[in-house]
Design a protein around this ligand. Structure first.
Ligand code: PEP
Length: 251
């Protein structure tokens, strides 16, 4: 039995106007009001963070962003810093999501800088890693994860990495309806924890929360959460509806 508090995190991606985000967040706050022993986080688009913050303040629902830029401020048109996210009410930030790696040129090096910036600003980074279908089929899953973890967390990023959350998201399972079996996910989570143990030691390996992401739904969450090294879920599609996300929260 471990002492890690489960985290159920919603990635809202580029969905919802401000009015829609406020409505969904408000409904979620009501639906999860009686829950305990689980941390909950939603990540609206940047422009909806402030109005959603007003709705979730003081509730069971935590707030995060989907990305940041590592510099504190400056002439970086279109970017947002960690301190700006904190000032808008965020406690969490997703970093290195596969869609950012695939469409926006995110690399292990930029991920490393972003994780450092998040931790320095006291944001909890949700550090995403995962293999593609081709990488899994060619037997390279563990070597891909090894590189992503070691390069993403290179130089220890900063001394205090204790708040780190890792999200293992096999790319072939994101938005596809295909889910890794609970045994496949457990095997990979156990491997990721052993990597953390090798690089940072047992204390961090025991405390780091490793979420599973990839077509998590109310119907499959319980089986995944029953695994000893699965500490939560990063949920895309099924987090957009307050009713279905609340059922995942209550796994
Ligand atoms: C995600 O976007 O991180 C994700 C896992 O999406 P989905 O749940 O829709 O597969």
């Amino acid at each position: 039995m471990n002492t890690r508090t489960p985290l159920i995190a919603g990635n809202w991606k580029m969905y919802k106007t401000n009015a829609e985000a406020v409505e969904t967040a408000g409904r979620l706050v009501e639906l999860v009001a009686g829950t305990s022993d689980v941390d909950i986080m939603i990540t609206p688009v940047f422009t909806a963070i402030d109005p959603v913050c007003t709705v979730v303040k003081g509730s069971r629902v935590g707030l995060g962003a989907q990305n940041l830029y590592w510099e504190k401020e400056g002439a970086y048109t279109g970017e947002i810093s960690a301190d700006m996210l904190v000032s808008a009410g965020c406690q969490y930030v997703i970093i290195g999501h596969s869609e950012r790696r695939q469409y926006f040129g995110e690399t292990d090096e930029t991920v490393n800088k972003k994780i450092g910036a998040a931790i320095t600003a006291n944001l909890i980074p949700v550090f995403c890693i995962g293999e593609t279908e081709a990488e899994r089929e060619s037997g390279n899953t563990f070597s891909v994860l090894d590189k992503q973890v070691k390069d993403g967390l290179k130089e220890k990023v900063v001394e205090d990495i204790g708040s780190l959350v890792i999200a293992y998201e096999p790319v072939w399972a994101i938005g596809t309806g295909k889910t890794a079996t609970s045994d496949q996910a457990q095997e990979t989570h156990k491997y990721i924890r052993s990597l953390i143990d090798g690089v940072f030691g047992t204390a961090l390996a025991d405390s780091v929360r490793i979420l599973y992401g990839g077509s998590v739904k109310p119907a499959n969450v319980a089986e995944l959460m029953a695994m000893p090294d699965i500490d939560g879920a990063l949920v895309g599609g099924a987090s957009l509806d307050a009713e279905s996300f609340s059922r995942i929260v209550k796994f």
